[in-house]
Design a protein around this ligand. Sequence first.
Ligand code: N01
Length: 544
Amino acid sequence: AEKVHSNTKLEMGEGELDVVVVGAGFAGLYQLHKLREKGFKVKLLEAGSDIGGIWHWNRYPGARVDSHGALYQYSDPALWKDWAFKELYPDWQELREYFDHVDSRWDLRKDVMLDTRVTGAEFDETSRKWTIHTEGGRDFVARFFVLCTGFAAKPYIPAFKGLESFRGETHHTGLWPQEGADLTGKRVAVIGMGASGVQVVQETAPESSHLTHFVRTPCLAIPMWQRTMSETDNEEMWRDMPADMAVRLKTFGSFNYDFSPWGVFDIADEDREEVFERIWQRGGFWWWLNNFKDVIFDEKSNRAQYDFWRKKVLARIKDPRLAEIYAPKEPPHPYGVKRPSLEQNFYEVVQRDNVDVVDLKRETIECFTEKGIKTSEREYEFDVIVLATGFDAVSGGLTSLDIKGVDGRTIGEKWSDGVRTQLGMATKGFPNLFFLYGPQSPSGFCNGPTCAEAQGGVMVKILENLRAEDVTRIEAQSDAEEAWRKFCLEVADMTLFPKANSWYMGANIPGKPRELLMYPAGLPSYLEACEKSIAEGLSGFQKA
Ligand code: N01
């Protein structure tokens, strides 16, 4: 605890800052490190009591990353050369240790103000600076304001009737108590089946006395094939690292593999089965992003992918009722347009004697009660209710802040009928303000640490160019953001993404505009667009 809180007393230094960065996850820490290295005076404000971003907040039972650790780290050799992973897919504890390791090399914490939640900000046209307000009442003034609030900064808690009346404990996965919550021997409800729901159910069912999983839409989960990392595994990782780090900038999802050059029906049936089987055996996102090139565009191809997936899952589920809930005959949506989660033994765990599954398509939640949850069928009693109900994702971390633009409107007000950005990094009316891993950037489609460095590198270059030209005010232009929006939405319409009610589409939040929130054409073309703007002296922006 002492370590965690030691730098809350940090003297942030009087006087002027060049840059205030918000959020101590992969993106924000990279900004702090690089901008400091380039001689900017920069401080980082973080709401949590330690660094780590998503890995600070999401410490629910079973929380672990869905990418191989090898690719889920920074590319600086000073960091990876002496960092070994314990598991192929590290959990939140190991990732926290990784952030300690990063801090031990990059010396970050001295410039991070922990327990400091940013609430709002205004831009002063005379000084051309932002005044940034924090919950404790302390203000910071800086020329540039870089928000690295992440894609999951705003947990979503559905407006269940009677939510407050439940007498037991209620926890959202993204706001899990830092001291942990003991679920051993308890009667536990888990609502939701995204990545968080799958992980909590898997981890908690064996230790709870009873677990009830409330499922509205099944997540079409992929085997993780988790294993511990041997010495040889880590040696291979170090050997492959330089090549893998280079390749990840050249693929759609920024991994060391990409979609195959063939369509599903370009090859003979038996060959197709063999290809499906091969990528299935690799597990994880190989099955998603190393699949045939047309599965996210073409319904028939996508159905072939779903049918293979279903055959594999059905082989593991004996109870026909559970089979129809978790792997229905008709796909709930095209495969992969809602993020598939990785599972270890999920389909076995839900068949345990101490697990019940409530199909919310047949039985609806009416309200929370003192004792538990009342559905259209009956009342269930619980000690703990886990809300694995997701996030107002991608844009929610920005729209929830009271940041006033030059016309007095907030970002949320400006985007009330849809997101508008230049390069997914800035929005008109908010001069000198940038955001990373946000809407209309590769964000949710891009491996986090890769995006932190790739898009983060663009950010650093922009600030260096502005400094070199002595520019003190920069603002996105309307025509550029309308063109960027049009491109993002037109490409999205060529895919099957709009066919699911996913957080990718903003469709998980009542009243949120339905639109693809990510830049949909892959990291390489995104970086090209950014480089083009920089080469043209920051085209799409107005400088003064
Ligand atoms: O959230 P989600 P998440 N009544 O939005 C259900 C990353 N992540 O926290 O689909 C009943 O995916 C909702 O049902 P439906 C990863 O990128 C990664 O799980 O709307 N149910 C859905 O099942 C991921 O994609 C890891 O019908 C309700 C669930 O809640 C993203 O974070 C781990 C409901 C929400 O699923 C978000 O994942 C965790 C209601 N009123 C997270 N409202 C890794 O493995 C919502 N639901 C790295």
